[in-house]
Design a protein around this ligand. Structure first.
Ligand code: PGA
Length: 253
């Protein structure tokens, strides 16, 4: 991270978003253990916690103040879709947000951009705010075609989606790899996204950790972060929340 890029856009107009995605990890016991550290650290920011769906109702019951999200939802309202979960079911147990179009879901479930748009609309119809993920694979990044790729993904994944939503830019090659996009790359992509989505909160995700949170939140047109692996580590995520909170209070590094 280059020092001159840090916290260059102060003051933050709104508290930054920190979305934590536990993926297929976590138990009730872990939840009880982490919350006493995380809840007090999560001030001056909008923390959206996305545990596995099995934990949402439990988290809501024990920690009613936290904002919860699902990790995916079906585009269908109900029916014979074994293993799937509907937007209304997520809302029923206390979710207010849902991630749609995460690259792992796109890959493992062969979800197309049109499927993602349908999921986003299903989420909104149940009062959930979708967090719509986009991101290019490594070969596209290397070929310099990132913006062209993202434009198509954006157009198709947002087709017919109105109302409230967030967009998370998560380069696939940066997810779970420890290879964060450079500050310049993030700034470049987020400027492009802002031009297309002037009022939509824009998140960055991909190997965010305690050491890079502040620099990433300081990039122009970054309104928040989406954190995977680091959101399962008690100390690391406490530091991430504290860093986000400092940015939310507009404290200079
Ligand atoms: P990571 O995951 O932080 O472990 O790279 C991010 C994500 O999958 O959303």
């Amino acid at each position: 991270m280059r020092a001159e890029n840090m916290i260059q856009k102060l003051p933050y107009q709104k508290p930054p978003y920190i979305v934590s995605n536990w993926k297929m990890n976590g138990t009730k016991a872990l939840l009880a253990e982490v919350m006493r550290f995380w809840q007090p650290a999560a001030s001056h920011l909008t923390w959206i916690f996305c545990p596995p769906a099995t934990l949402i109702g439990h988290a809501k019951a024990y920690f009613p103040d936290i904002i919860l999200g699902g990790q995916d939802c079906s585009a269908e309202p109900s029916g014979a879709f074994t293993g799937d979960i509907s937007a209304s079911q997520l809302a029923d147990v206390g979710a207010r947000y849902v991630i749609v179009g995460h690259s792992e879901v796109r890959l493992h479930n062969n979800a197309t951009n049109a499927d993602i748009a349908a999921k986003a609309k299903a989420a909104q119809s149940q009062g959930l705010t979708p967090i719509i993920c986009i991101g290019e694979p490594e070969e596209v990044h290397r070929s310099g075609e990132t913006l062209t790729y993202l434009k198509k993904q954006l157009d198709e994944s947002l087709a017919g989606v109105h109302g409230e939503f967030l967009v998370a830019y998560e380069p696939i090659w940066a997810i779970g790899t420890g290879k964060t996009a450079t500050i310049n790359d993030i700034e470049h992509v987020h400027l492009f996204l802002r031009e297309h989505l002037p009022k939509v909160p824009l998140l960055y995700g991909g190997s965010v950790n305690a050491a890079n949170t502040r620099a990433i939140l300081g990039v122009n047109n970054v309104d928040g972060i989406l954190v995977g692996g680091a959101s399962l580590k008690i100390d690391e995520f406490t530091q991430i929340l504290r860093a986000g909170s400092a940015v939310g209070r507009n404290e200079l590094p």
